[in-house]
Design a protein around this ligand. Structure first.
Ligand SMILES: [Zn+2]
Length: 192
């Protein structure tokens, strides 16, 4: 559906930011970026986009989602742009914290899948701390209190319980603050 955000990629097609249509378009107007067709990967400057992706309309036409409306024109709303010069990669790693870990694991126990509420959830070190396990993205999971007690000072294998999903560093999308409601057009650029 309609969204008012644009995905910004660096010169090497690597997503680097999510910005407002307004700011994204201003980059295009100043020739700092070009619009990317998310199906063909074709690149457009503003003149060409305007020539090929707009249609005339009657002044009293109701606004259609996914378009920019001017008095006479309905212009397809760009969803992805690529910067002409910038080739850097901003640091967008997600800081490790209780809050961000809970969000990564969807407030779900990673052993039994239960969602007993934050107060009954804890952080479990997959390899126990006492045995050198780190407090980081790759060794910590959300666990309900019951599973945590059952696992005790053991690895999941030793305790005979399964991890539903291997712990991971939150993805690029999460680092960019892109949620579940991500526009379809962005998907193929974000699956890296
Ligand atoms: Zn559990």
């Amino acid at each position: 559906m309609f969204n008012d955000q644009i995905l910004v990629m660096n010169r090497s097609w690597m997503p680097v930011a999510v910005t407002t249509v307004r700011r994204g378009m201003s980059l295009v107007f100043r020739n700092h970026a070009r619009i990317v067709d998310h199906d063909s990967f074709d690149l457009f400057d503003w003149e060409r986009w305007l020539a090929e992706r707009s249609a005339s309309k009657s002044p009293d036409e109701a606004p259609v989602a996914g378009y920019i409306h001017t008095v006479n024109l309905r212009i397809e709303l760009p969803q992805v742009i690529i910067l002409s010069r910038y080739n850097g990669v901003p640091n967008r790693s997600v800081p490790f914290s209780r809050r961000t870990l809970f969000r990564r694991d969807n407030h779900e126990c990673q052993y039994c899948g239960g969602r007993p509420g934050v107060r009954n959830l804890s952080i479990d070190h997959v390899l126990p701390r006492s045995r050198g396990g780190g407090t980081d993205w790759l060794n910590c999971v959300v666990s309900c209190v019951r599973c945590n007690v059952r696992k005790g000072n053991r690895t999941p294998e030793e305790a005979g319980i399964n991890l539903r999903r291997r712990p991971f560093r939150p993805s690029l999308m999460e680092g960019l603050g892109v949620g579940q409601d991500m526009p379809k057009a962005w998907e193929r650029f974000l699956k890296v």
